[in-house]
Write a protein that binds this ligand. Structure first.
Ligand code: KG4
Ligand code: ZN
Length: 408
């Protein structure tokens, strides 16, 4: 099985084996099986009471999509079909939980690629019906919010609401206000003994008008022949360049100041490279190295001139600066008590650093998921389902995937 779950296991706040065994056996705990297949990651997880991760398995398809420099929807659904059964089985085995002991099945309903969503959702539906368990549909974006809360709980922290949440990934760059509803106590039908949990309300206050930030990372990496996905490699190489060398200027947004735009900086990098023929030979050399499978930062760094490293560092500084500035401005405008940052780009080291600095200055607390929970995973889906489980929510067999499902 081509299951790359190491990143999830390395740093996700997975419970100790003893505690996990106790939780798995305990009758009052809600053991939710989460299934996520909205894009190019097939994932399954078991989360107890919306807080404790017993297992989180992620099978990444990145090796399949790499040669195309982006996700190919048809290939993604085919791969989900291959992976979904072994990934769910692996999540159960790692958690030490039998399928019959699962309390509910949570599935990502959208947004995402419809063919991909359908695979996880259909499998979840079939399991729920066969087992007679509730089927809980989850918005993928709400999952990203819960990825932050999972990490906060693991660290014994509790964000204060209302908060501002930035979801920043390859597909999204959106700002929400997040309001906590009074605690949801368990419905009678769900039995006593489950700890209460907050449900949340969301208001969308801004978002990208063109590319998502992660998409800009991926496209710039493609222009520079740095491989796919671009975020992690640019993150690692940026520290070797001078971020003040290339001035990209501030992104100007007319109208809603909480909106973003990243196509301008992507185009600026394109013209910067087109005007300077000296970049071409090293781009060709890196392309050959990638062709030989040499894709790590360690392998590519010696193939980058100082001018390329400066360009990479300057690009990252501009994107990070813009994300931090607009998010913090929203937090101050709405008098938020916390900032939550989630999605693949939230794994970025400079982004975390700059957010910490800005939040310290503004005396606002900032929260991130662990790096493993920043990118798509199913633990966040199972966690987001918990308040809905308590409230007695359950979908029937008519449930459908929604490619553009909004959160607010
Ligand atoms: O959340 P995610 O796994 O999937 C989507 O829903 O898109 O995010 C993937 C995106 C890719 O664009 C990738 O380049 C970016 O997140 N990314 C990063 C980093 N790690 C992943 N961007 C910047 N720095 C990183 N360390
Ligand atoms: Zn995502």
């Amino acid at each position: 099985m081509d299951t790359n779950d190491t990143k999830a296991r390395d740093s996700a706040p997975v419970l100790s084996a003893e505690k996990a065994a106790g939780r798995a056996a305990g009758s009052a705990a809600a053991r939710i099986l989460g299934i996520e297949s909205s894009c190019d990651e097939t994932a399954a997880a078991i989360v107890v009471d919306g807080r404790e991760i017993l297992s989180s398995v992620v099978a990444s398809q990145v090796d399949i999509h790499r040669r195309y420099g982006g996700v190919v929807p048809e290939l993604a659904s085919r791969e989900h079909l291959r992976q979904i059964v072994p990934v769910v089985r692996e999540a159960l085995v790692q958690a030490g939980v039998a399928l019959t002991d699962v309390s509910a099945i949570a599935v990502t309903r959208g947004p995402g690629l419809v063919g991909s969503l359908l695979v996880g959702m259909t499998y979840g539906k079939v399991l729920a019906m066969a087992l007679g368990k509730p089927l809980i549909p989850v918005n993928h974006l709400e999952g990203h919010v819960h990825a932050v809360l999972l990490e906060a709980h693991a660290a014994g922290r509790e964000p204060r609401f209302p908060a501002i949440c930035l979801i920043v990934s390859g597909g999204h760059t959106i700002l929400y206000r997040v309001m906590a509803e009074p605690s949801v106590a368990p419905m009678e039908s769900r039995g006593d003994g489950h700890p209460p949990a907050h449900a949340f309300r969301y208001a969308r206050i801004g978002g990208t008008r063109d590319d998502a930030a992660g998409e800009a990372y991926d496209k710039v990496a493609k222009m520079l022949a740095l491989g796919y996905p671009g975020g992690p490699i640019i993150d690692q190489l940026a520290e070797f360049g001078d971020p003040t060398r290339v001035a990209f200027g501030e992104t100007k947004i007319r109208g809603n100041a909480h909106d973003f735009s990243f196509s301008g900086i992507k185009t600026a990098v394109f013209y910067y490279l087109r005007k300077r023929a000296e970049f071409q030979p090293e781009i060709a050399t890196r392309g050959e190295a990638l062709g030989r499978g040499e894709k790590s930062a360690k392998a590519l760094r010696p193939l980058c001139s100082p001018a390329t490293l400066d360009l990479i560092a300057s690009f990252q500084r501009a994107v990070v600066g813009d994300l931090v500035k607009r998010t913090m401005a929203a937090a101050e405008e709405f008098k938020s008590r916390a900032v939550l940052v989630s999605g693949g780009v939230a794994a970025n080291r400079e982004l975390r650093e700059k957010f910490e600095e800005a939040a310290n200055r503004a005396r606002i607390e900032v929260y991130f998921p662990s790096r493993a929970l920043s990118t798509d995973n199913a633990a966040m889906i199972a966690a987001a389902a918990y308040p809905r489980f308590l409230a007695g929510e359950s979908a029937d067999a008519m449930l459908n995937a929604e490619a553009n499902l909004p959160l607010a």
